[in-house]
Design a protein around this ligand. Structure first.
Ligand code: NAD
Length: 498
């Protein structure tokens, strides 16, 4: 199936093309990028990279299409999203294989999590658009929520399809037209997604895909004067560059950036539940999740108990070939990520944190591939680099605390504020602690994932919110119409849908 994914894309000419104005277009330049299988370190395909010329063509197409798409009926937009949703589910196995190949997700994880959760963003955007009040009244003011315009969407490689659908779904539902630039490191699932959107019957120019790297294609999108909004999910470094490039044209900038999420274990927590689930959450997707709870903040008196349970939980992780059904965790996604994880493990050792499992190098019996050892450090001081910086790999820090006030201070003591967890039996106390944490989401006792819950960052984790109603509103402008109402006293707070 792996090679059949490449064969599927190659035989249709997709690897050499971008999707612009409803057509699969050859770029003007010859630039290519090798897609590397992280489990073998071998190139598996080459894709064409676009340039500012393809960005310009795609933005022009999106601008033309905006005139009609932005005033199309909600029914027609939701029907389109409905078809996109069905096609993703129909082609789920292809998507899972592509994601596993391009970024190393274990195939079972790609099937059970990466693809279904990506489809959910389309479903949620469809459902929310159906019930959203695009026109409301406040006294004699009419408030219209209208599509902001042409949107540039820049996405990362870690949850490649999921990050695409989290932007494209609500943007299209809102009536925006889009130019997507996926990560050059995970282009296969993005090309399959463009096929889905095409096959769903999207009008030309409403959705465009330009492959390319950040400094060239991403920057060209961010600075383009005819792009009204740019939304990036990626590192804080890239988010800052995008905001700088966007500033002269005063476009809206939405940033979903890095994190170093805390998992605060309150003194009354049931450790046998809280700790294994915390280890699993930290190592989910091999730690390559922006909201991974990689700082477990633990009552000092219970640290040894936590260490023992955490070690046991980590022992059940099976790192290996992502194609194998037995594998729970594949490699990290690319060489840069592998090097970063190794560097940070080395820094943790040098800082004097104590390893309870994992460490430098690959797991035994894996001599090639970007495989890392699931690593847990204990007795980590909150100011250590491994407790402050996003590592984006399977590295968990256990940080002891003496009082709940100190624990909250540690939880809030990084430049990030994306996700957070609180564990405890007394739900009132857990909620009180959740209220004191400065982050976009706080999860108490591991509730199930909910795509209606807004997601986004405080502090340097970003600006704006994705998912749910807030994710739709991100792509809307507000217009207030004053006057022109025949009988202002009768308008009240009525709601209408367009
Ligand atoms: P990255 O910042 O290297 O790249 C992200 C995207 O930005 C890619 O498409 C890249 O090509 C583009 N890019 C890079 N430089 C650019 C520039 N100068 N101008 C325009 N675009 C540019 O990040 P990554 O390595 O792909 O992903 C990992 C990072 O993403 C981590 O820091 C992680 O926390 C973050 N992330 C955040 C969220 C979230 O929702 N907050 C979700 C997933 C990942």
């Amino acid at each position: 199936m792996t090679s059949s994914i490449i064969e599927h894309l190659r035989s249709r000419g997709r690897l050499d093309r971008m999707f612009v104005d409803g057509e699969w277009l050859m770029p003007q330049t010859q630039a290519r990028h090798s897609v590397v299988d992280p489990s073998t370190e071998e190139p598996v395909a080459e894709i064409a990279l676009g340039s500012a010329a393809e960005v310009a063509a795609a933005v022009a197409a999106a601008r033309r299409a905006f005139a009609t798409w932005s005033v199309s009926s909600i029914q027609s937009r939701t029907l389109l999203l409905d078809r996109v949703h069905s096609l993703i589910l129909e082609r789920a196995e292809m998507f899972a294989q592509a994601i596993s190949l391009e970024m190393g997700a274990a195939i079972n994880m790609a099937r059970s999590t990466q693809v279904p959760s990506a489809a959910e963003h389309i479903r949620v955007a469809r459902d929310n658009a159906r019930s959203y009040a695009f026109v409301t009244h406040r006294g004699d003011i009419t408030l219209m929520r209208e599509a902001i315009g042409v949107c540039g969407l820049i996405t990362p490689w870690n949850w490649p399809l999921y990050q695409i659908t989290a932007k494209v779904g609500p943007a299209l539902a809102a009536g925006c037209t889009v130019v997507l630039k996926p990560s050059e490191l995970s282009p296969l699932s993005a090309l399959l997604f463009a096929e889905v959107v095409h096959d769903a019957g999207i009008p030309p120019g409403v959705f465009n895909l330009v492959n390319g790297n950040g400094p060239e294609v991403g920057a060209a999108l961010a600075e383009h004067p005819d792009v009204d909004m740019i939304s990036i999910t990626g590192s804080t470094r890239a988010g800052v560059l995008v905001a700088q490039a966007a500033a002269p044209t005063v476009k809206r900038v939405a940033q979903e950036l890095g994190g170093k999420s805390p998992n605060l274990i309150l003194p009354d927590a049931d450790l046998l539940c809280a700790v294994p689930a915390g280890v699993a959450a930290a190592f989910r997707n091999v730690g390559q999740s922006c909201s991974a709870p990689t700082r477990m903040i633990v009552p000092r008196a219970r640290l040894q108990e936590v260490e023992r349970i955490a070690l046991e939980a980590a022992s059940s992780i099976v790192v290996g070939d992502p194609r194998s059904q037995q594998t729970t965790h594949g490699p990290v996604a690319n060489r840069a990520q592998f090097n970063r994880v190794q560097e940070m493990i080395g820094i943790g050792i040098a800082e004097g944190a104590r390893l309870i499992c994992g460490g430098l190098g690959r797991p035994q019996a894996l001599s090639r591939g970007f495989y890392c050892r699931p690593t847990i450090f204990t007795a980590v001081h909150p100011r250590m680099q491994i407790a402050q910086e996003e590592i984006f790999g399977p590295v968990l820090a256990l940080i002891p605390y003496d009082s709940v006030d100190e624990a909250v201070e540690i939880a809030n003591g990084t430049v990030y504020g994306l996700g957070a967890h609180v564990q405890g039996k007394d739900l009132g106390a857990a909620r009180a602690v959740a209220a004191r944490i400065r982050s976009g989401q706080v999860h108490i006792n591991y509730p199930p994932w909910n795509p209606q819950a807004p997601f986004g960052g405080y502090k340097r984790s970003g600006n704006g919110r994705e998912y749910g109603i807030e994710g739709l509103e991100e792509y809307l402008e507000t217009k207030a119409i004053l006057g022109g109402v025949q009988d202002a006293s009768s308008s009240g707070n009525a709601q209408e849908q367009s």
